[in-house]
Ligand binder design. Structure first.
Ligand code: NAP
Length: 488
């Protein structure tokens, strides 16, 4: 089945991107999975529902394309990635609208995501030609060590709904740069953006079978079948820690290499000596990008006693002033949550905290439908034992806790099984760095509310994940070192 060129009008039209599984360069039709607009609760389109057989066809296609893609000169692979970056940039407004429709995020957030997502293709176009190697003497001086890097093999990529474009490009970019072929399984809530990007990839010159995309109502069975196939050598997953654990156990059966970008519970520390306005600006970004539906979202605000009340007052004013509405409406700053279930979870966490003594300074109750809306909310006096202090909120709720000393702040920040991101605000850079060193997390933002950058290694420690995406190390996740012991 052939589709019109993506350059035809209506590239942001949901139905255009729900026409088939993308396998081996072909679009295989079949309906089944409704994609819902979270701003209205209405069905936007139905995407196909892949069976295990379809997944095996995708592995066949990835295998058929693997040798040719790996053998292509890195510069040629880089040029294709670079063209894909250009096409995403040219279609930025349509892609942003599509993201906003299926995910609900406000258009400015969606535009930011498209720019961020496209940048992974540009970055890895540049990295494709810089794959490192090694040549050294053995300590004895008698022999030589030569280390080359091979593409790791066929990679299964699984992405969540909160960044439908960026979580895909953050994996596809380094995988293709490394010479791997891939099968992408996007989240069921937000598959349209992935299919749209696959069309742009084909136009950019990605050969058939190098990138395959499939949606399914049975992710466990379909992904397990692919992991059991010995041709699949890599699993790169972004999503919840719970599903990540299940997949690690499954991948162990065939010893498949795993990269895991999992959940977060980011602390946001504000010391008395912080620049208050800068801390509030940063707090709004760290909390409200994507309406709080980000793995790096500030989940716990720890504020030192001397600045606590002014911080709560300032945060309350800013949160209360945000305009809520459908993601695609021009004036919207905060869109809906992804599902009614997400709203119910946020409501439960807030209600439980309030029942235990927290005070709501703004927001605090779900908004009536249609659509799945929860208002920007600030809580103070939150007891440390409340569930909200330990669970990923994934919504526009800012619980604020008071602390006295630096040691206490570090202890509170580390009181979690997660370790993805942390934020520190202080004018004393030595202190901020010392505190950052003390926090068990893969990333620390100092006097900044945003840390994501395609040029930086993104990832977590503890139960937030394994491995890093982006930066110069991201490509290594898709490469296998090969050591040659050499005598000459
Ligand atoms: P999720 O429920 O874990 O789903 C993520 C993906 O896994 C989806 O594509 C989902 O497919 C698939 N999946 C579900 N069960 C599976 C199974 N048994 N086997 C194989 N695949 C399976 O997570 P989410 O709710 O979409 O995303 C939110 C979570 O992602 C949060 O915890 C957030 O912190 C995390 N996240 C982390 C990062 C990071 O970089 N560390 C970035 C973004 C998000 P279906 O949609 O079909 O169920």
């Amino acid at each position: 089945m052939t589709l019109d060129s993506p350059r035809t009008a209506g590239f942001a039209e949901p139905a255009l991107h729900a026409q088939g599984l993308y396998i081996g360069g072909d679009w295989l039709p079949g309906g089944g999975i409704p994609v819902v607009d979270p701003s209205t609760g209405e069905v936007l389109a139905e995407t196909p529902d892949a069976s295990i057989g379809d997944a095996m066809r995708a592995v066949d296609a990835a295998e058929a394309a693997a040798a040719g893609w790996a053998a292509m000169p890195p510069r040629a692979r880089a040029e294709i990635l670079r063209r894909w970056f250009v096409l995403m940039t040219e279609h930025a407004e349509d892609l942003a609208r599509l993201i906003s429709l299926e995910n609900g995020k406000a258009l400015p957030d969606a535009r930011g995501e498209v720019a961020y997502a496209a940048e992974f293709f540009r970055w890895y176009a540049e990295e494709a030609v810089r794959v490192p190697g090694e040549f050294r003497h053995t300590p004895s001086g008698a022999h030589h060590i030569l280390v080359d890097h091979d593409p790791i093999g066929i990679a299964v990529l699984i992405t969540p709904w909160n960044f439908p474009a960026a979580m895909a490009t953050r994996k596809i970019g380094p995988a293709l740069a490394a010479g791997c072929t891939v099968i992408l399984k996007p989240a069921s809530e937000t598959p349209l953006t992935a299919y749209a990007m696959a069309r742009l990839g084909a136009e950019a010159g990605v050969p058939p079978g190098v990138v395959n995309v499939l949606t399914t109502t049975q992710p466990g069975a379909v992904v397990n079948a692919m992991l059991a196939d010995p041709r699949v050598r890599k699993l790169s997953f972004t999503g919840s820690t719970g599903v990540g654990r299940t997949l690690l156990a499954e991948a162990a059966k065939t010893v498949v290499s795993c990269s895991m970008e999992l959940g977060g519970n980011a602390p946001f520390l504000v010391f008395d000596d912080a620049d208050l306005e800068a801390a509030l600006d940063g707090a709004m970004i760290a909390k409200m990008r994507n309406a709080g539906e980000a793995c790096t979202a500030a989940n716990r605000f720890y504020v030192q006693s001397g600045i606590h009340d002014a911080f709560v007052a300032g945060l309350t004013r800013r949160m209360a002033a945000l305009r809520i509405g459908p993601g695609t409406a021009a004036e919207t700053q905060v869109g809906p949550m992804i599902t009614a279930k997400a709203v119910a979870k946020i409501d439960r966490l807030v209600s439980q905290a309030v029942a235990r003594g927290a005070r709501v300074t703004t927001g605090g109750t779900p908004l009536p439908g249609p659509g799945y809306f929860y208002p920007p909310t600030v809580l103070e006096n939150v007891p440390l034992e409340a569930e909200i202090a330990h669970e990923e909120i994934f919504g526009p709720v800012a619980p604020v806790y008071r602390f006295e000393t630096e040691a206490e702040a570090i202890r509170l920040a580390n009181d979690t099984e997660y370790g993805l991101a942390a934020y520190v605000y202080s004018r004393d850079l030595a202190r901020a760095l010392r505190v950052g060193k003390g926090i068990e997390s893969g990333m620390v933002a100092i006097n900044r509310g945003l840390m994501s950058d395609p040029a930086a290694p993104f990832g977590g420690v503890k139960q937030s994940g394994l491995g890093r995406e982006g930066g110069v190390t991201g490509i290594l996740e898709f490469l296998e070192p090969k050591y040659f012991a050499v005598q000459f």
